[in-house]
Design a protein around this ligand. Structure first.
Ligand SMILES: [Zn+2]
Length: 71
């Protein structure tokens, strides 16, 4: 597998993933990923991306009860 950005070799490793959502911010410290040995760009596989999306759906669902309603 080669890096989309610099064509370097991608190695199986792990990377952090941060995302800013409406009303909260989340960081997973270490998710399995392909990481470029040259530029450090991380690429997550579909399996991990699906779990991230599912986790965010659940968080969004609960978070909507925690946010102040705008008038
Ligand atoms: Zn690269």
């Amino acid at each position: 597998m080669e890096c989309l950005y610099c064509k370097g070799d991608m190695i199986k490793s792990s990377a952090p993933f941060n995302i800013d959502r409406n009303g909260y911010h989340i960081t997973w410290e270490s998710i399995p990923a392909w990481v470029c040995s040259q530029c450090g760009e991380a690429l997550f596989e579909d399996k991990e991306v699906k779990h991230i999306q599912k986790a965010l759906e659940k968080l969004d669902d609960e978070t909507k009860h925690l946010l102040l309603k705008s008038a």
